[in-house]
Design a protein around this ligand. Sequence first.
Ligand code: SF4
Ligand code: SF4
Length: 220
Amino acid sequence: MLRECDLNEISDGKKYSLNDMAKVGCDDCKGCSACCKGMGSSIVLDPLDAMRIGEALDLSFEELLVNHLELNVVDGIILPNLKMSGQDEACVFLNEEGRCSIHPARPSICRIFPLGRIYEDGAFSYFLQVNECKKANRTKCKVSKWIDTPNLRENQKYVAEWHFFLKEYQDRIRAGASQEYAKQISMMILNAFFLTPFTEPSDFYEECKKRMELMRAEIK
Ligand code: SF4
Ligand code: SF4
């Protein structure tokens, strides 16, 4: 989700890269599940997130939409997000012990929390959201370790590419493109990146890049 805000108000003012140490360690979240509740529609998924969750639960994207995910408009484009439910508006993947039931397949927003991403000039860095994690006395951890993601370099490239791919279309919609155009973009993105399965997960990054290029060639 694109947000324009003063970094100094929500962070310690620093930008972090993979090799930096950041105060993110929360003692394995013992006794706390605060950031898995009341998040509204803010945990937006990218195609890799959706593929991983589908694989973990052996469910198609359509099947995930029945109980686990929902669709909402994000800066003009329809994208999936984690569903919150019940009285305490908890993530549907939070189990009775207050733990994440899909921890190895949790989406990237959950993986990096309480870090956020700041995108600039075709790349991104991380920032520490100082008001979000409820645990006091967090310990320092290397950012690359905290993110706990295989093929990290390739993954980081993909994260930036996906962000700027969406932004191209979001900027056009923001600049006054027709409703028809916005609807067409949403349908194409849902079809190409979420409803059409990535059959070889090991080729995900390459295949996703091809699909982005194809869509760029098809619709400006
Ligand atoms: S997917 Fe897991 S870590 Fe993310 S909000 Fe849900 S329960 Fe929490
Ligand atoms: S708020 Fe912090 S300690 Fe609590 S569940 Fe989230 S990351 Fe863990």
